[in-house]
Design a protein around this ligand. Structure first.
Ligand code: UDP
Length: 239
């Protein structure tokens, strides 16, 4: 059976690479994420990834400690490049071709992102790993994920979290919170459901880009989630 999606954008947060630690990259977690991605790529789905950097540096935290916000966000974006290089290399070690791109120009580190070059790599079967967020301060890698998905004409954004979808309230705090199978952009924005930031959801809404929220530890793995197995929430227009 042909895969349901031709091209996907996967958002990998920094914390997914840090495992049980709050800082840095834990090799077994890095390899586990890379394996899930490689398994999906082998099914013929084109995979673009936006990596976060919260396991290395968050601009808001730096700004709270007195570093000016623009500088702190540049530091955060550099953190995402460390993760992008690590993840791209780990995917290659799984036997799948991959290439890292950077939103900021750093030619000795990675190719500078252009939608044209990234699309060409996807069409050649490479998993593209996009570091540096949007390249601008005051944004997050969730917004970068939505932006790149639109630019690269992906079918969907996949956002892995600690829980298996979008809930009416934080299910870690209220075990009676309701889980949605499908929820509209306006509801996630209006109810301030904190799965991604508002800018990311607004950009997705304005460009009709669906977002699937799933549990990173789903037993079916990413391939299962893409096949519609397991539990997840689709944020988007009704189908
Ligand atoms: N960042 C930024 N612009 C962007 C994306 C990210 O300035 O377009 C900075 C920001 O400081 C952020 C940090 O990079 O805190 C790490 O990204 P994020 O917090 O989104 O990572 P995640 O939480 O997904 O690991």
């Amino acid at each position: 059976m042909a895969p349901a999606y031709k091209r996907i954008l996967l958002k990998v947060s920094g914390e997914a690479l840090a495992g049980d630690n709050s800082f840095g990259i834990e090799p077994p977690f890095l390899q586990a994420v890379a394996k899930q991605i490689a398994d999906v790529a082998r099914t013929g789905v084109q995979v673009a990834i936006v990596v976060g950097g919260g396991n290395i540096f968050r601009g808001m935290a730096g700004a709270a400690d007195g570093t000016d916000r623009v500088t702190a966000d540049l530091m955060g974006m550099l953190g995402t490049m460390i993760n992008a290089l690590a993840l791209s290399n780990a995917i290659m070690r799984q036997g799948v071709k991959s290439k890292a791109f950077s939103a900021a120009t750093m030619p000795s580190v990675a190719d500078t992102f252009t939608a044209r070059e990234a699309k060409a790599s996807l069409e050649d079967g490479l998993v593209v790993v996009l570091g540096g967020g949007t390249g601008n301060p005051f944004f997050t890698t969730d917004t970068a994920a939505t932006l790149r998905a639109i630019e690269l004409e992906c079918d969907v954004v996949l956002k892995g979290t600690k829980v298996d979808g979008v809930y009416s309230e934080d299910p870690m705090k209220n075990p009676n919170a309701t889980r949605y199978d499908i929820v509209s952009y306006d509801d996630v924005i209006g109810q301030n459901l904190k799965v991604m930031d508002t800018a990311a959801f607004a950009l997705a809404r304005d460009n009709a880009m669906p977002i699937i929220v799933y549990a990173l530890n789903d037993k079916e793995g990413l391939a299962g989630v893409l096949a519609g197995k397991g539990r997840s929430t689709r944020v988007g227009d009704p189908i």
